[in-house]
Every structure is written in C-alpha cells, then in structure tokens.
Ligand binder design. Sequence first.
Ligand code: DC
Length: 222
Amino acid sequence: MDALVVAVDGPSGSGKSSVSRGVARTHGLRYLDTGAMYRAVTWWMLENGVDPADPAAIAARAEEPVLDVSTDPDAVGIAVGGLDVSGPIRGAEVTAAVSAVSAVPEVRGRLVALQRQIIGVGGIVVEGRDIGTVVAPGAPVKVYLTASAQARAVRRSAELPGTVNVDLTKAEMERRDRHDSTRKADPLAKAEDAIEIDTTAMTLDEVVARVVGLVNDLVDVR
Ligand code: DC
C-alpha cells in the first residue's frame, strides 16, 4: 500500500474529487488534486495581471508561483506564496481562465515535475486529466471516470454556492472539456490500460466501492 499509486482521470464533474478522497480515506492513502494546482497557478496569473489569453506571457512567469499543497484527504487545501487560495480557486474567474493557462507547456512541465515529486514513492490517490497517461503512467491502478454531460452539469452546479443555472454550467463545462481534450500538451485522455467507469447512474458510494475493489484485487494478487 505504501508504494501504491491510484490514478483517477476524467472530465469535469465526473466525480473525480469525491471518489479519490473516498478511496484515499478507505485505504489510508494520501490524496493529490492536480486540478487545484492548475487553478492556483491561474489564480496567481490573474492576481499579477498576466493575461490568460497570452501563452508567451504565461510561459515567461510559469516558474514564479510557489505552491504548497496538502495531501491529507480530510484537510484539502492549497496555498500560493503562503496565501490560502482554496476558496478563490473555485471562483468563476479562475474557472473561466484555467483551461488556457493549463494548456501552456511551461506550466505543465513545471507542475508535472512537482506532482511527481509529491507522489514520490507512492501511497497516494492522484486525480487529474493526464495522470494515467503522463504524470504516473506506471500507476498500477488507473481509472477513467465518465458521466453524461447532463449528470456532470447537475453535480457541478450542486457544488457551487447559491442558485446556479444548470444549462449555463453545462455549456461552460463542455467548453472547458473541449479545450482540455484538444490542446497539444498532455490533453485529457484515457490511458489504454485504464478501467473506464461510467458513473451516470451510480451513487458516490458505489463508485468508491468499485475503485476500492480494484485496489483490493491488486493487493490480493501481490
Ligand atoms: O479538476 P479541475 O476542474 O479542478 O481542473 C481544472 C483545470 O485544470 C481543467 O479544466 C484542466 C486543468 N487540469 C489539467 O490540465 N491537468 C490536470 N492533471 C488537472 C487539471
């Protein structure tokens, strides 16, 4: 279990965060939310007046933001330059800009290296878009979560504060997924050896149980 890496990829709203945290808790593993890292860098760029639509400007400052990420599934959080940005990185401004910032190869190069450093020898569940394909291609357990666009939009809307228009959330989510899947650098993709789970008609507990089962099968075989 100490050396285990569980890679969880999929589009937004597919349940990656809740499932990954549930699996980490069940198995006593650490948890890494790589999307929060891309969001934190995006927050820093906006805060420092760097235009998210200018890849050269983003690339020039990609090394600057200093990230501090928690890997405790019961105390998730992220700081940039010592400032807790866990709240602001979920805001509409960051969400609208994060696909453009995360498509810049210099940003990816830096964050992938940091992610591999945090993963270290293992003992961790890692969620993102390119974990099974790029960050940890040797991970012994890889899952790719999907769900219908409608189900994903309903879930995402429920996570946001206040009253949220599901159709608008769906349009924004589909725009981001298109961008994330078609970018040149490390696009959202299912690893060939990943197990795809369509979570549309499943409860969170059912999905967690399925992934926990995959981990148990692996440990049994060993
Ligand atoms: O999982 P999330 O919605 O918080 O991710 C925010 C964005 O970060 C997502 O639209 C694309 C990017 N991302 C990425 O490019 N690679 C990852 N491993 C994780 C997220």
